[in-house]
Design a protein around this ligand. Sequence first.
Ligand SMILES: NC(=O)c1ccc[n+]([C@@H]2O[C@H](COP(=O)([O-])OP(=O)(O)OC[C@H]3O[C@@H](n4cnc5c(N)ncnc54)[C@H](O)[C@@H]3O)[C@@H](O)[C@H]2O)c1
Length: 208
Amino acid sequence: MKQTILLTGGAGFIGSHVVRLFVNKYPEIHIVNLDNLTYAGNLENLTDIDSKSNYTFIKGDIVDKEFIDKLFKQYNFDGVIHLAAESHVDRSITNPLAFVETNILGTVNLLNAARHSWSDNMEGKRFYHISTDEVYGTLGETGLFTEETPYDPRSPYSASKASSDHLVRAYYHTYDLPVVISNCSNNYGSHQFPEKLIPLCINNIKHN
Ligand SMILES: NC(=O)c1ccc[n+]([C@@H]2O[C@H](COP(=O)([O-])OP(=O)(O)OC[C@H]3O[C@@H](n4cnc5c(N)ncnc54)[C@H](O)[C@@H]3O)[C@@H](O)[C@H]2O)c1
């Protein structure tokens, strides 16, 4: 394999689609899918690719610093695509701490491991952090956000994602870590956990 990429949260909704895309489209790239299989993670999302030679699944927690450090030493990753997160706003209102742990501490553990692993040569390396437009707060009269919109998170979920974005940016400015952040709007589609609005409505309609 020419490269090894760590993808976190690949058993979740968006992650499972990204894993499938990469594994099928780039047979020369080894994709290591790290997921803790919380309530939101489901390996049945990936049964069609689980025997591919360029795919490895590892069950593990991004909050576990020692485990993450060992994983980076073992695989010598060329890149990170970081999707693992606690992602449901309503759950963040009932249990904010889980969001602080996974979304902030987990992200810092990955940033630190990447920084140490790539300290000799950052050339060609990339840490891609998947964030959300919710860091910008509530839509104003313009009805849109841009990358220039000031951060104004309104829930523990969006505050934890905003915090992780700031840390990713800080690792770029402080350590020259090659990072990319995207702040996409809501996604919907197959394999989305039925707590989210569209699958919840469809599920309720199906069950009257
Ligand atoms: N779904 C959306 O509309 C949307 C919009 C914008 C941004 N995002 C972001 O995209 C990413 C993926 O979102 P999603 O909707 O697929 O989420 P999801 O909840 O469906 O999946 C999250 C995955 O992360 C895993 N995970 C959670 N905690 C973990 C931990 N401590 N260690 C390892 N794995 C862990 C879960 O098991 C699950 O498989 C998240 O970072 C989210 O903030 C999502």
